[in-house]
Ligand binder design. Structure first.
Ligand code: GDP
Length: 537
């Protein structure tokens, strides 16, 4: 075979492999059942033999990831990585989002690396605050969303009310693909709207057991379930008549969402969800670079770093960077270039991980996530490529912080280490670091999307830089971007807020609340501030 034929074969291979990828994340509020759903998805794919091996939550006997001590004591997973498994001849990449009640930028950044999302709702609670924040990011980034309404085995809200909430609160048209038979708590199964069959619910004996899915035709369902079947048919009709007919274009353009009902704990509805991901969820497409030029999937290898993490494993105290492959075929051992610095980066150790499992990756394709070890030279937003220079993907947006604290070193003798630690945390995006001449270098302001980022920052400073820091919380909770730097003193002298400069040069105006901004705006109509939406600048 000639060299040119070689190239042709591998381009086809890359396109075929990309075509098989489905890369998504689950967005939900804590306790909606994300870990349970993840385990159930993996179980269906027979990826892990025992449910519970993914997250070491509670007493499920799973593996507790060995990162920071706080992670162990709280039994939470701060790390976010990827679970990969094959299903129906596709390769599913499920990117994990941090699951704690708190919230951090990591959660948002994961959404920069997915092609679709599953929005998981608790049937008793509907849309909850964290789900809303994450949904905003999906909408902003144009990520199509499939909705899974969970815990239907226990009492909850009416199916119609839950669907109305989607259209009324977030202007997202629900397009039910299944409809529950029997109210929440007395769940009989679902009607599959596309086949008009009933899929009967049988409670699995254990979470690790897949629920059996008996299918009945409409006539049998009516004979056996009577009124409950009729009600399911009528309710679904109501929604279909008011714009809920399934249309794939509306799912892909983000204006509507397919809706499924189920119970992750009983493994009910989970296979349907997997089938839907395979059938509907978008596969990787060309990513557009900084110059708005699309990088073809079969172009030489390129990827962008969406997360950097240090010391996830005591035995390997190193920095690991997670990168999403955008084009080409990745092979372990490749020497790639970091577009930001122009320097080479050897990918001797590339791993995939989820929870504590680390597996060496030898080959990866567009849509896959690779974890690069010894990655101290890599930063969030960096582009890696092989072949000719010229590709650089846009940096990841930073997100509107809502929590602020002044950081100071306790032992002034360690001021130098303090400064390098702060630089490191800022470059990794552990917290955003804001400065002003008024506060000086010794008292930078840490800004976070969720307060737990502060704890992570303190713990990292102590563990890695041997620096104890003192954090004093500021009362600010609202933030805007100042577009006219000349107005800095107007805000600083108003007594209502303060302007600080973020490391990327953005001038942020902090206020106690939105009222303070509005009052100032009334006094100074020329005020040049604009909102930093959840999805960032
Ligand atoms: P996460 O915080 O979103 O990861 O939620 P978990 O997966 O830890 O689930 C929170 C709680 O809800 C746990 O006690 C689960 O057993 C329970 N749960 C999850 N899915 C279901 C379900 O389908 N039905 C019922 N009844 N409970 C569920």
């Amino acid at each position: 075979m000639s060299a040119s034929q070689d190239v042709v074969v591998s381009k086809v291979e890359v396109r075929d492999e990309a075509h098989r990828r489905r890369t998504f994340a689950v967005i939900s509020h804590p306790d909606a059942g994300k870990s349970t759903l993840t385990e159930a998805l993996a179980l269906h794919a027979r990826m892990i033999s025992e449910a519970g091996a993914v997250h070491g939550k509670g007493n499920r006997g799973g593996v507790v990831s060995d990162w920071l001590e706080m992670e162990r004591t709280r039994g939470i997973s701060i790390t976010s990585a990827v679970l990969q498994f094959s299903y129906a001849e596709k390769v599913i990449n499920l990117l994990d989002t941090p699951g704690h009640a708190d919230f951090s930028e990591d959660t948002y950044r994961v959404l920069a690396a997915v092609d679709s999302a599953v929005m998981l709702l608790d049937s008793a609670k509907g849309l909850e605050p964290q789900t809303l924040k994450l949904f905003d990011v999906c909408r902003y980034r144009g990520i199509p969303v499939i909705t899974f309404i969970n815990k239907w085995d226990q009492p909850g809200q009416e199916a119609l009310a839950l669907c109305d909430e989607l259209s009324e609160r977030i202007d997202l048209q629900p397009m039910p693909l299944t409809w529950p038979v029997g109210v929440a708590g007395q769940f009989k199964g679902v009607r599959d709207l596309r086949t008009d069959e009933m899929v009967r619910f049988r409670r699995a004996r254990a979470a690790s057991e897949a629920a059996s899915e008996e299918r009945l035709d409409a006539e049998t369902a009516l004979a056996e379930e009577g009124e409950e079947w009729t009600r399911a048919v009528e309710e679904a009709e109501l929604l279909l008549e008011s714009g809920g007919q399934f249309e794939i274009e509306r799912f892909l353009d983000g204006s509507a969402t397919p809706v499924l009902f189920g119970a992750a704990l009983a493994n009910f509805g989970v296979r349907h969800l997997l089938d839907l991901l395979v059938e509907l969820a978008p596969e990787p497409v060309e990513r557009v670079d900084e110059k708005e030029k699309a990088r073809e999937l079969d172009a030489p290898f390129s990827a962008f770093v969406f997360k950097v993490q240090t010391g996830m494993d005591r035995a390997h105290r190193d920095q690991m960077a997670f990168a999403r492959v955008c084009s080409g075929r990745f092979e372990r051992g490749m020497v790639v270039t970091n577009a930001t610095t122009g320097r080479p980066f050897a990918t001797k150790y590339a791993q995939q991980m989820f929870g504590q499992r680390r597996e060496t990756v030898d080959i990866a394709y567009p849509g896959d996530v690779i974890g690069l070890v010894n990655a101290s030279a890599l930063r969030v937003g960096d582009t890696l490529y092989s072949g000719k220079p010229g590709v650089r993907f846009p940096g990841l947006p930073s997100f509107a912080p809502g929590f602020f604290a002044v950081a100071r070193v306790r032992d002034l003798g360690r001021a130098k280490q303090f400064r390098s630690g702060v630089e490191q945390l800022a470059s990794e995006g552990v917290v955003q670091v804001l400065r002003s001449d008024k506060r000086g270098d010794a008292a930078p302001v840490f800004a976070a999307v969720g307060p737990m980022q502060f704890e992570v920052a303190s713990a990292r400073m102590a563990a890695e830089f041997n620096v104890e820091i003192e954090l004093s919380r500021l009362s600010y909770s609202a933030v805007c971007r100042l577009t006219d730097p000349k107005q800095r003193s107007l805000i600083d002298s108003s007594g209502r807020g303060e302007v600080l400069t973020r490391i990327d040069g953005t001038e942020l105006a902090l206020f106690n609340d939105d009222i303070a901004i509005n009052v100032l705006r009334r006094q100074h109509p020329e005020l040049a501030v604009e909102p930093l939406v959840g999805a960032g600048s």
